[in-house]
Design a protein around this ligand. Structure first.
Ligand SMILES: [Zn+2]
Length: 131
């Protein structure tokens, strides 16, 4: 008896999985880094999750964690955008402001992470050209 429940596909995911198989996709041993469902390889070679669509398979644990964080931030931004929209429609300015703050925070985190990622990739020492 393990504490963590294995990912159980909901009815929507099941439907998608069946569709993918019908399209000739192959179920892989790898699982989605976001939801833990099995990934499928399409005929064109693309690897997709039944829920999240195209996902990136990473090898190292660190990379996997990074992808998790990126996806979570993106998801938060997206979900917040949806809330803003529905709050606008139902005329709830407080909710609009609340979710806009979430979007702003998510954007800030994303930019910071992008900066960090690019400074890691490029040669260090862009500042101070000497002289
Ligand atoms: Zn997924």
């Amino acid at each position: 008896m393990s504490g963590e429940k294995p990912a159980r596909p909901g009815p929507e995911a099941m439907k998608r999985m069946v569709q993918l198989l019908q399209q000739g996709a192959v179920m892989l041993a790898e699982t989605c880094p976001i939801c833990g469902l099995p990934l499928f390889r399409l005929k064109n070679g693309e690897v997709v999750c039944p829920i999240h669509g195209r996902v990136v398979i990473v090898s190292s644990d660190e990379e996997e964690r990074e992808v998790h964080i990126d996806e979570a931030v993106k998801l938060a931004e997206y979900q917040a955008a949806l809330r803003v929209q529905s709050a606008l429609e139902s005329g709830e300015p407080e909710e609009v402001v609340r979710w806009l703050n979430v979007i702003e925070a998510a954007e800030r985190i994303r930019k910071l992470r992008e900066e960090r990622a690019s400074s890691r990739g490029e040669a260090p020492g862009r500042v101070g050209r000497g002289g």
